[in-house]
Write a new protein. Structure first.
Length: 140
C-alpha cells in the first residue's frame, strides 16, 4: 500500500508539473486568457483527484485496521457506500462550479477542457514511462 500511495503522490506532483507546462504553453502560444482557462480547469481536475485519493485511502485504512474478517467485510460495505455518496456529491459540486464558470463566461471553454484533461495527461505520461521502463529493462 505504501508503494501505491507514493505512486499516487508522484502522480499528483506530475499533474501539477503538467498543469504548469500546459498553462504557460497555452498563455504563450494562444493567449493569456486561454492559459488562465487551462489553469482553472487543471486546478478543478487535480483537486478532484486529490479528494478522491484521500477518500480511497481512508476507506482502505478503516478496513485494514480491523482484526476480524467479518468486521472487515461490514466496514468495507459501509465504506463503499460512503465513498460512492462522496463521489456523487463531488461530481455534483464540480458540475455546479463548471456551470457557474461557463455561464459567467469567465474562461475560454476549450482552455477549460484542456485543463480538465491534466490528470489524464499525467496518467498517460506515467503509463508510457512504465511501459518504456518495462520494455527497455529486459523484463519481457
Amino acid at each position: 500500500m505504501i508503494e501505491e500511495s507514493l505512486t499516487l503522490q508522484k502522480m499528483q506532483v506530475i499533474s501539477w508539473i503538467v498543469l504548469v507546462f500546459l498553462t504557460l504553453g497555452s498563455a504563450v502560444m494562444v493567449s493569456p486568457a486561454f492559459g488562465f482557462a487551462v489553469f482553472i480547469g487543471g486546478v478543478v481536475s487535480i483537486c478532484s483527484f486529490w479528494v478522491s485519493h484521500n477518500d480511497v485511502l481512508k476507506v482502505i485504512h478503516s478496513v485494514t485496521s480491523l482484526p476480524s474478517l467479518d468486521e472487515r467485510k461490514a466496514q468495507a460495505q459501509q465504506g463503499q457506500r460512503g465513498y460512492l455518496l462522496k463521489f456523487w456529491i463531488r461530481i455534483v459540486i464540480i458540475g455546479i462550479v463548471l456551470l457557474v464558470i461557463i455561464k459567467s463566461q469567465m474562461v475560454n471553454i476549450f482552455g477549460l477542457i484542456l485543463g480538465l484533461s491534466t490528470v489524464v495527461f499525467s496518467i498517460t505520461f506515467i503509463s508510457l514511462n512504465v511501459m518504456r521502463h518495462y520494455f527497455f529493462s529486459g523484463r519481457r
